[in-house]
Design a protein around this ligand. Structure first.
Ligand code: NAP
Length: 547
């Protein structure tokens, strides 16, 4: 049965349609993968998307204040001349609505929506060794088969609602930022509780504070927040991106975090105090990731160097927040900058100067219960009309383990990964033939659209290679995945981003109760990873088993 016949027709058909590939997700990953496989290889690809439209992260995370932390020139595709010439960003860090419009534009430009079935969640997938096919079930009761199962499910897509007693009893409105209602939330004259001060909580707070009657911010761990320094783009900047997008993409691919920056070549500990402060001031003025990546190269690898950046940020907090006790509570100590994913904010610290905003420290006085009228910590009660959970995600593996994926011999992927993910280069895991993961576990944590383009291209090449050579099966070799997983872990132990277990970072699965403490992402440099991927492909996919 052709994919066309099934489009937009979710629900049980009673029959099982077969396809070359099933593709899960219609975000950045799914759209580009669909384009390549369908338009360039002519494959029959059946896409499923749980959301009601394209966009992935940008479909779900509609909370006020949501915007990219990567600059506009990096947070986009570089594979299409048409997209580059016909699309124009308006801001330095595009907001959620604009990124969603961009992905809708891409989908329409290449007529990609017709290959996806929306409002349909893949619930299980099992590989049959005799037929060499995946059988995929959905929550609308449909079952399809395919040779390749390709996931574009996102690194941060499975929301984490902490298992606090009484969640169901709250009589007001309770929302998770990653499931923000399309109709929005009315904050006018409402008493709002905000749980979580990660990248999301930091982005949402200033917008709510302007509208709500009061906001109580429940903070467990203070964060190092650098200002975003967002602003409208000039016509010259827009024209420059159109003219040089390919050169910019090349530069980005050479950066360890796939950013349009160049390492500065200077170390914080090699310069005098006055120079160091001046460099940090300039990084602060540039904002966002400029502060981490365009000040000193040793911040990510040397804790003493890192501490100088931490001290600079602590000084900025003291300067921004009028009440010294509140400033002190907001001040992170005891862990390096970058051990938690560095957030960027707009007026975050200044928002605590407002009369209607209160900071509540729950580090030693945890939220114990959600009550019908609010919430209760160990010692205090709060009456609230709206509770917002900005409590993050079951990152990296969460989107996989929420699908019952079974490989050779019926083995569950969740079982294989019970001590942490094991993959070769994030693409594939042994025992799960023809399962290809776009930016899968143990691939780099870096500017995501770039990682997606690179990994989609690699999977596209691998599938092309299989077909050109009459091969039918592709999976990680056990030795290959052990070596890669060992390498990813060794790197994590060497750098500040790997030192976050103590501060609940999702990098190490440490934000989820009961999740194995194991590194989820690769920190050895996106640029080095891209080179490794190319070298592996050039050596006929060394470290993978093709048959
Ligand atoms: P997050 O970084 O995991 O932060 C979750 C927050 O919730 C933390 O402050 C955490 O406290 C708190 N929390 C969790 N359970 C709690 C509980 N039971 N009681 C009190 N507090 C609790 O999640 P996120 O902010 O959604 O960000 C996740 C990732 O998404 C980011 O790291 C980033 O990669 C991505 N993101 C990107 C953007 C962007 O690029 N523009 C924006 C938003 C998010 P602890 O710190 O103590 O655990």
């Amino acid at each position: 049965m052709s994919v066309e016949g099934m489009n937009g027709s979710p629900g049980s058909t009673g029959s099982v349609s077969s396809h070359d590939a099933v593709l899960v997700g219609a975000g950045f990953s799914g759209l580009y993968m669909m384009y390549r496989l369908r338009e360039e290889l002519g494959l029959d690809v059946r896409g499923f998307e749980a959301a009601g439209g394209v966009g992935g992260t940008w479909y779900w995370n509609r909370y006020p204040g949501a915007r990219t932390d990567s600059p506009y020139s990096a947070y986009c595709f570089s594979w299409s001349e048409e997209i580059a010439q016909e699309w124009s960003w308006s801001e330095r860090y595009p907001g959620q609505q604009e990124v969603l419009r961009y992905l809708e534009f891409v989908a329409d430009r290449y007529d990609l929506r017709r290959s996806f079935t929306f409002d349909t969640r893949v619930t299980s997938a099992r590989h049959d060794e005799d037929t060499n096919l995946w059988t995929v079930d959905t929550d609308t009761g449909e079952t399809v088969t395919a040779t390749y199962l390709i996931t574009g499910v996102g690194l941060l897509s499975a929301p984490n609602l902490p298992p606090i007693r009484g969640l169901d009893t709250f009589q007001g409105e309770l929302v998770h930022t990653a499931r923000w209602p399309a109709a929005g939330v009315d904050f006018a004259a409402k008493r709002v509780g905000l749980v979580g001060t990660g990248s999301t909580g930091i982005q949402i707070l200033p917008s709510i504070a302007e509208r709500a009657s009061s906001v109580s911010v429940f903070q467990r761990t203070p964060n190092y927040v650098v200002p975003t320094q967002n602003r409208p783009l000039t016509d010259a900047e827009k024209a420059d991106l159109r003219a040089r997008y390919q050169d910019i993409a090349k530069q980005i691919r050479q950066h360890p975090f796939a950013m349009p920056f160049t390492p500065t070549g200077q170390n914080a500990l090699d310069v005098d105090e006055a120079t160091r402060q001046a460099v940090y001031e300039e990084g602060w003025r540039q904002g966002g990731f400029h502060f981490l990546f365009e000040t000193f190269d040793d911040l990510s690898v040397n804790e003493d160097a890192n501490e100088t950046a931490c001290e600079f940020i602590r000084g900025k907090i003291r300067a921004a927040v009028r009440d010294p006790e509140v400033a002190e509570l907001l001040t992170p100590r005891g862990y390096p900058y970058g051990a938690k994913r560095p957030p960027a904010g707009t007026g975050y610290y200044e928002t605590f100067n407002r009369d209607n905003v209160t900071l509540i420290d729950v580090s030693d006085d945890a939220i114990e219960e959600i009550t019908p009228t609010g919430l209760r910590t160990g010692t205090r009660r709060f009456d609230l009309d709206v509770i917002i959970f900005a409590t993050g995600f079951d990152a990296s593996t969460g989107a996989f383990t929420r699908i019952d994926i079974r490989g050779r011999g019926g083995r569950a992927l969740a079982d294989k990964w019970r001590d942490g993910p094991v993959t070769n280069l994030g693409f594939s895991t042994a025992g799960f033939p023809n399962l290809f993961m776009i930016t899968g576990p143990l691939s780099p944590f870096a500017n995501i659209p770039t990682c997606i383009e690179e990994t989609v291209d690699w999977i596209f090449d691998a599938i092309s290679y299989l077909r050109e050579n009459g091969l039918t099966s592709f999976e990680a070799a056990e030795r290959g995945e052990q070596e890669w997983t060992g390498h990813v872990t060794a790197i994590a132990n060497m750098i500040t981003a790997g030192k976050g277990e103590a501060v609940n970072t999702w990098f190490a699965g440490a934000n989820i109760e009961g999740k194995p403490r194991a590194i989820n992402v690769y920190f050895g440099g996106a640029n080095a990873y891209f080179d490794t991927c190319r070298a592996v492909a050039a050596k006929a996919y060394e470290g993978f088993v093709l048959s």
